[in-house]
Design a protein around this ligand. Sequence first.
Ligand SMILES: CC(C)(COP(=O)(O)OP(=O)(O)OC[C@H]1O[C@@H](n2cnc3c(N)ncnc32)[C@H](O)[C@@H]1OP(=O)(O)O)[C@@H](O)C(=O)NCCC(=O)NCCS
Length: 171
Amino acid sequence: MDYGNLSLKKKIIQAMGHKHMSKPETQSAPPGIDIRPYNHTEDYKTVLKIWNSVGNGIHVSFSDEPAELEKLLRVSPGLFFLAIHRGNIIGTIMGGFDGRRGLIYHLAVLPEYQNRHIGSYLMNYLENELYKRGCRKIYLFIVPENIKTADFYQKLGYEQMSAIPFTKILQ
Ligand SMILES: CC(C)(COP(=O)(O)OP(=O)(O)OC[C@H]1O[C@@H](n2cnc3c(N)ncnc32)[C@H](O)[C@@H]1OP(=O)(O)O)[C@@H](O)C(=O)NCCC(=O)NCCS
């Protein structure tokens, strides 16, 4: 295969068949919706209520206990955002970046606010923040009970991976 004058980075990407994440376009906010960063002291209780109220798409686990979230906020500051309508929290998105991959967790929009492009706006907002930090590839997980959400992510340009995730809990 002849890669001609392509830069080394492009050559490697092409050789591996990888798609490169291009800079996300910036969407405008849905009417009346603001985004602000999560404040751990003030917002935790409300956010937890939202996660527990949106159905089986979000599994609240030990990782969502306050001390665990503090670790995420320390390692990946400034990547946890809230959607606000009339001063109330109506949506959440939490991101992480380890220097190699971005991860998206706990995207949630209160049921009465769904299908108003708030979820996709939160995704776009976080993608831009991840991109600014140098993130070029994002992972996110859908639990099998919530497979219907795959269509939502596909609309936003996400592709299903062929990897089988493994996990281990360190006690
Ligand atoms: C998934 C979720 C965040 C989507 O938020 P939302 O604000 O309703 O989504 P949007 O309005 O931005 O939808 C964007 C597009 O995806 C479509 N869409 C939204 N949810 C969809 C679904 N479940 N299946 C298929 N398409 C969907 C919308 O119709 C819209 O299409 P359009 O651009 O052609 O108009 C929201 O349904 C939710 O909070 N669900 C419960 C929690 C959850 O499952 N989170 C995901 C964890 S992996």
